[in-house]
Write a protein that binds this ligand. Structure first.
Ligand code: UD1
Ligand code: CA
Length: 450
């Protein structure tokens, strides 16, 4: 079946109390609209039309990042859900097939639910997605007669008897494109809200003798986000699902509920994630790696067998080769750490490359920023960087080089050379004793005077 998606995303989302359009609020670092788009990708839509209103320019940008073929149409005034779908009419000229309508603020649909809706279309002209609501609140109620959906009545317009119904409208529907737009043409706004309700097409379809039904899914999938509290709850739902998926793929999560994942986190099997690890966007961890407790990763790649943390921070552009080690209180940014190389303690390595089997001593800093520009530090293979070395970039250290502890490296170091740049030590015999005596005498005089 050829399918087009119409995603409604024009609403203001007043209850978010935000300058950001509601559908762009992130869940696990991806806009909720993008979650909805990804959920619907299972239908391999031939066209995707996003109906934007509030913050349309920002919505357009976010949509383009996810799918540059998707069209964004403008609904200047939010006159209701039927009016919103109608804005996609022009973008769908020449399209024949099914239109699936979904909401940009309903990010948790499961692929099989969409497939079941499309399957039900084989025997019905219009298919609505419903759910049993634990608390039906202000949802539209689905008035069923056996298998047939007779009509949807909005809460505002419902009688007490209708309000007692718990089978509710998720807002999703599937219908042949031509039929859908023809039905929408007949929708009026003579209701309690003065809006063009998409839900009215059910009764219109029935009056034309069309077959209408509802498919059910569990409530969690239809979870809509209307407030910051809903957003937090949605994040929790995402995290629970994403953790379960990783466990299922053969990743060990020692304390799953303490690991925060991003929508695009990729982790290979047999990798072990210790408690309290945070994944920002753009992280790939290969198989058999270990991410130890309290580490924070974003925009980085960790190869097989590498060990990160505890308490490590990998920032964008950090690239760890196989069996590399990045230990506690180490920050890596825009830097490649070679195979088997070690940066084990209290270091900052930024805008740098570190060769195979090189060892970076504790407290090493790449001084990459001169206050105006960033500069690179290139460190060869099998280099030994002594503790507390300052590498003042731009600077290059050849293979097999060494730096003495406390060295401030400002000049390139040749392969196999030792760089020492620190004041020479001088020992003064007996001087410590003299100094102590002097200080103690001074303190005694002060105490007497007081
Ligand atoms: C709608 C349904 C209701 C259903 C509920 C599920 C109608 C008339 N009612 O009610 O039966 O139970 O969703 O959450 O359809 N939107 C636009 N342009 C508009 C109006 C809305 O793009 O002019 C978008 C909103 O941004 C939102 C979605 O459509 O993503 C739903 O709109 P909303 O106003 O939240 O509808 P509800 O009153 O919740
Ligand atoms: Ca709503």
């Amino acid at each position: 079946m050829t399918t087009a998606l119409v995603i409604l995303a024009a609403g203001k989302g007043t209850r978010m109390k935000s300058d950001l359009p509601k559908v762009l609020h992130p869940i696990a670092h991806a806009p909720m609209l993008v979650h909805a788009m990804r959920a619907a990708a299972v239908l391999s839509p031939e066209r995707t039309v996003v109906v934007a209103g509030h913050g349309a320019d920002d919505v357009r940008k976010a949509v383009a990042v996810e799918d540059e073929t998707a069209q964004v149409v403008l609904q200047e005034e939010q006159l209701g859900t039927a009016h919103a779908v109608d804005q996609a009419r022009e973008a769908l000229t020449g399209f024949s097939g099914d239109v699936v309508v979904l909401y940009g603020d309903t990010p948790f649909l499961q692929p099989d639910t969409l497939e079941r809706m499309v399957a039900a279309r084989a025997t019905h002209d219009l298919v609505i997605l419903g759910f049993e609501a634990a608390d039906p609140a202000r949802y539209g109620r689905l008035v069923m007669q056996g298998d047939t959906l007779e009509r949807i009545v909005e809460f505002k317009d419902a009688s007490d008897e209708e309000r007692a119904i718990t089978f509710c409208n998720s807002g999703l529907m599937a219908c042949d494109s031509k039929t859908l737009f023809s039905l929408i043409s007949e929708v009026g706004n003579g209701n309690a809200a003065g809006e063009y309700y998409l839900t009215d097409i059910v009764e219109i379809a029935r009056s034309r003798g069309l077959k209408v039904t509802a498919v059910a899914c569990d409530e969690e999938q239809t979870l809509g986000v209307n407030s910051r509290a809903d957003l937090a709850a949605a994040d929790t739902v995402f995290q629970t699902r994403a953790r379960a998926e990783l466990l299922d793929l053969g990743v060990t999560l020692m304390a799953p509920e303490t690991v925060y994942l991003a929508a695009d986190t990729v982790i290979g099997r047999d990798t072990v994630i210790e408690p309290n690890v945070v994944f920002g966007p753009g992280v790939t961890v290969e198989s058999g790696a270990t991410i130890r407790a309290f580490s924070h990763l974003e925009g980085c790649h960790v190869s097989q067998g590498a060990v990160v943390g505890p308490y490590a921070r990998l920032r964008p552009g950090a690239e760890l080769a196989e069996n590399a080690k990045v230990g506690n209180f180490v920050e890596i940014k825009n830097a490649e750490i070679g195979e088997g190389a070690k940066v084990n303690h209290l270091s900052y390595v930024g805008d740098a490359s570190v060769g195979t089997a090189t060892n970076i001593g504790a407290g090493t800093i790449t001084c990459n920023y001169d206050g105006v520009m960033k500069h690179r530090t290139e460190i060869g293979e099998n280099v030994f960087i002594g503790s507390n070395t300052m590498l003042v970039a731009p600077v290059t250290l050849g293979d097999g080089a060494m730096t003495a502890t406390g060295t401030v490296v400002t000049k390139n170091v040749d392969p196999d050379a030792l760089a020492v740049a620190r004041a020479r030590q001088e020992n003064k015999p007996g001087y410590a004793r003299k100094l102590f005596d002097m200080l103690k005498a001074k303190k005694a005089r002060q105490n007497k005077g007081a």
